[in-house]
Write a protein that binds this ligand. Structure first.
Ligand SMILES: O=c1ccn([C@@H]2O[C@H](COP(=O)(O)OP(=O)(O)O[C@H]3OC[C@@H](O)[C@H](O)[C@H]3O)[C@@H](O)[C@H]2O)c(=O)[nH]1
Length: 425
């Protein structure tokens, strides 16, 4: 009896304990489920938040990255790297003035003389020259750019003057004939005056156009030429002829050291898109699928030199002791029609060839006799025509892209005389 009662008591106690234990276990379970739930929702919340933050961050990144790039570009332009420049001792370093130094030929000459280690001052009135042609030197300690018209006097200390300032393409020099005459006459007078004052040597960039429409072929330096003094080209032809006359008057009367380069047709990168000469016209027309405009029958001939050959010739002449005129050109002669075909092929263009009326007083044949330059300067052109043309084509292709990005594509200028009165100063 007693044992049974005891057993009941123990099991009753156990039952209660069991219930208690079960209760506690249940509570613990509920607590843990609740805990997990809270944890999970916290994690969920956090990941959602992180996700949102990531999205915002990537959005910000999208906006900021182009700005960062702009800052990097600006920093680069402040710490500009220049093309490599040789070091020259004080004794060998010259102070050189290049008039028309921002133009097509002038800017290539600037590059050469800067890279050779000289101090170069470029003077340009930016009629046909462009700052873009020399912008890669701006800020360099050996370089200076002056916006100045050579028709006005210039006072500066220099050892050598390369006098290139003048429009050179027929449409440009015919645009304002009086200004062309003033530039070549008064401009050259001013530069010779400067050369005399400071004891500098002056090289005149003369032209094959002093031979006019030649009756002698090929043209050597002793040919006096066949120029129409009142024709549309006279402002340039006669302007350069009088510039040559002035050089030799200053040499004989004042002892100024002069060099005269008679430059034949030249082409290459940095010709102006609006230049209007045959090479830039044909290349631009071929690249844009427009007809190649041949003036006259296309049987007139020219011989074209690449600009780097010319620049080497100019420097060789300046530093030589040859004071009489020297032809600088490539004697490989072609008809203009052959030339149009060659450019069409090199560009791979389907453009047609269009024959327009002949330009007045257009020289019918031209080819330099370069025996003098070969003998006295040990100079001759080395860049083959096709190689030079491919470089020019590459340049104009890039220029067209550049212009397209800037929403402006100029059309080549036709070599026609402007009617009516033009302004000049
Ligand atoms: O679109 C054109 C442009 C020009 N031409 C012809 O191509 C020939 C060459 O003409 P350019 O205008 O290139 O040059 P030009 O030979 O007439 O004058 C040049 O001579 C030598 C340099 O001193 C000067 O750069 C420039 O005056 C000319 O017969 C001209 O009539 C065309 O058939 N089509």
């Amino acid at each position: 009896m007693v044992s049974k009662a005891l057993l009941r008591l123990v099991s009753a106690v156990n039952r209660r304990r069991m219930k208690l234990l079960l209760g506690i276990a249940l509570l613990a379970y509920v607590a843990s489920v609740w805990g997990n739930f809270v944890n999970m929702s916290f994690l969920l919340n956090r990941s959602m938040q992180e996700n949102g933050e990531l999205k915002i961050e990537s959005k910000i990144e999208e906006i900021v990255e182009p700005l960062r790039e702009k800052i990097r570009d600006l920093e680069k332009s402040f710490t500009q790297k220049y093309p490599p420049v040789k070091f020259l001792s004080e004794k060998d370093r010259k102070r050189i003035l290049i008039t028309g130094g921002a133009g097509f030929v002038g800017s290539h000459l600037t590059d050469k003389l800067m890279m050779d280690g000289h101090e170069v001052t470029v003077v340009d009135n930016f009629f046909t020259g462009r700052k873009r042609n020399v912008e890669h030197w701006i800020g360099h300690e050996n370089f200076e750019l002056i916006n100045h018209d050579v028709v006005e006097p210039l006072y500066i200390e220099v050892d050598q003057i390369y006098h290139l300032a003048s429009p050179a393409s027929p449409p440009n020099y015919m645009y304002n004939p009086i200004k062309t005459l003033k530039t070549n006459a008064i401009g050259t007078l001013n530069m010779l005056g400067l050369a005399k004052r400071v004891g500098a040597r002056l090289l005149l960039a003369s032209t094959s156009e002093v031979y006019g429409d030649p009756e002698v072929h090929p043209q050597s330096e002793d040919y006096w030429g066949h120029v129409n003094p009142i024709g549309p080209r006279a402002c340039y032809d006669e302007g350069k002829r009088v510039a040559e006359t002035m050089c030799y008057a200053y040499m004989k009367q004042e002892g100024v050291e002069v060099r005269v380069a008679r430059i034949f047709n030249t082409f290459g990168p940095r010709m102006h898109m609006n230049d209007g000469r045959v090479v830039s016209n044909f290349i631009l027309q071929a690249l844009q699928g427009e007809p190649l405009t041949v003036y006259g029958s296309g049987s007139q001939t020219r011989a074209f030199q690449y600009v780097s050959d010319l620049v080497n010739g100019l420097v060789a002449l300046m530093n030589s002791n040859v004071s009489s005129p020297v032809n600088l050109g490539n004697p490989e002669e072609h008809t203009i029609l052959e030339f149009a075909q060659l450019i069409k092929n090199l560009v791979g263009s389907g453009s047609e060839i269009q024959f327009l009326s002949e330009a007045q007083d257009d020289p019918q044949k031209r080819k330099p006799d370069i025996r003098k330059a070969k003998m006295m300067l040990a100079w001759e052109p080395v860049v083959p025509l096709e190689e030079g043309l491919n470089k020019a084509i590459h340049y104009f292709r890039k220029e067209l892209e550049y212009q397209a990005n800037n929403q402006y594509i100029p059309k080549p200028k036709p070599a026609r005389i402007k009617k009516g009165r033009t302004r000049h100063n």
